[in-house]
Design a protein around this ligand. Sequence first.
Ligand SMILES: [Zn+2]
Length: 254
Amino acid sequence: MSARILRGRVLSFVREPQGADDHDAYVYYEDGAVTIADGRIVAVGVFDAAAIGDVVDHRPHLILPGFIDLHLHYVQAQIIASYAGSLLEWLNNYTFIEEQKFGQQGHAGAIASAFYDELIRNGTTTAVAYCSSHPSSVDAFFAEAERRNMLMVGGKVMMDRNAPEALCDSAQSSYDDSRTLIDRWHGRGRGLYAISPRFAITSTPEQLAAAQALAQEFPDCYVQTHLSENDDEISFSMQALSRCQGLYRYLRGL
Ligand SMILES: [Zn+2]
């Protein structure tokens, strides 16, 4: 198969920039070329008119590596930009209603496909994502990524309180389901699993202990959660801590 050469302004990063003047962190070619053979990038550099391959001329556009999104919820793809005054209002009015649909047969697969189309359309080739509490939403997420050979990180949301019954698991079932999903998907193809307790409000201390046990059993898995996004959430979390562990007074005294 002959090489395909993408011609245009090429910008790529060799390491994390340490500031705006860190010019060693990136390479930039005003008339650059990205050469692809057998589905892989084999060369990046200055465009060479003598190079052999099918040239696709993107000038004057900028060619970048795929973006990596470190936090998204693929199961919320259909409620993007819905209005809410605060996080907790957003969860109760939109998110928890939307995520219940992932218990319906066929829904997760359809959304996963549309979600990846949208990611690619925006230049994002890898993401770290929350699925819903339904294990089937994780299966759809990784199966569609595998079909497209995309590197994706994600996991089943663990949540056992303060949410509609149809979304709640239990400390034990969330442990069991997460374990099964890790065995099925972590390290399969380019898929990587993230242990995903949603946040303190929707996880009992027992469930957080289950998440901790998973993290210890599978140290090469990722862990994702949410922390202190706004005042209402912090105050709700502190009250929950007060009821469950008596830590509220202790923390206030710090
Ligand atoms: Zn989030």
